[in-house]
Write a protein that binds this ligand. Sequence first.
Ligand code: KG4
Ligand code: ZN
Length: 356
Amino acid sequence: MNILAFESSCDETSVAVVKDGREILANVIASSADLQSQFGGVVPEIAAREHVKVITAVIAEALAKAACTMEDIAAVAVTAGPGLAGSLLVGVSAAKALAYAYNKPLYPVHHLAGHICANFLCDPNFDVPYTGLIVSGGHSHLVTMDKEYNFQILGRTLDDACGEAFDKIARALGLPYPGGPQIDKLSFAGDSTRYEFPESHLQNALDFSFSGLKTAALTYINRAKMQAAQKGIDWTDLLNINDFAASFQAAIIRTLVKHSEKALKLTQAQRFALAGGVAANTHLREALAAMCRKNKVDFTCPDRILCTDNGAMIGAAAYYLILSGVKPTDSTLNAYPSWSLDKWKSLPQINVRKKI
Ligand code: KG4
Ligand code: ZN
């Protein structure tokens, strides 16, 4: 079964063709990240306009790379949420138009389900049930997926998402957007024990909170900047950026690994999967792999290109959605900027204001 899959929830416009939820025939990704970096983050209006500009060419390129015509496509899938409303609507509109024009069934896919299902594309032995960690620019979730492909959310962030914390601190350090890869790179030459960061203690031991960590990091940076201004020197003479990046990153990873281990103990799962943009982080991949080895649990994480937003992950998730018996949707499909992962098999209700 070939699925033509669309992803446009943030600043990547991507269209893929995925066979049987496991094999990528094409995965074309156009990103407006360079343009966004001039503004220090994603500007929703710009992201939506860039999607409109490139989506037709991206569809054509994906079909050409897969050596497919619409005749070879069994179903169309699209990220319908969560994400930026304007961005989501571009992918949803394109997918709806193609499904309607070629009379193909249309499946709305949850963005985070897509992220974690990228693991099906990378390891032929990866299967349900599993416990997983999804860490992206907008979300941080600990989840399980059961044999019927249902998600249960075990823990989530109560404030900033993990990637957001990386991006905000990178920005305060004067690094370009997206900040995660920059901190990852700087930390290789840094001492991760140099700066201390607080650990959050929450009621649900599997939830996350990154705001305390972020405030502590900003306090270090602002203090260094103020003292440097008084002394007339450069603030980087008072704060070693490599050591700081390494210490900040290590604090985040410590929490992610600790909570993941607790989740594994709770679920007794034999498989652990990592996913989301932050899953590209070298040290996080290594630390979780080591924790899984210690607990004799199989560890999977997607190839780096499948960690950031892409259409192939949506094609994989759509395949398992179809396997689980979900029926296709129709041209009333909308964008759902806040859609909960544990309800990924049905679309959220939209509150339409009643006429008085
Ligand atoms: O999943 P994603 O591509 O977009 C969302 O769905 O949000 O995630 C983007 C996030 C950004 O915050 C980016 O800084 C972070 O993933 N990221 C990383 C790395 N590569 C991307 N964070 C830490 N280390 C990395 N190597
Ligand atoms: Zn994402």
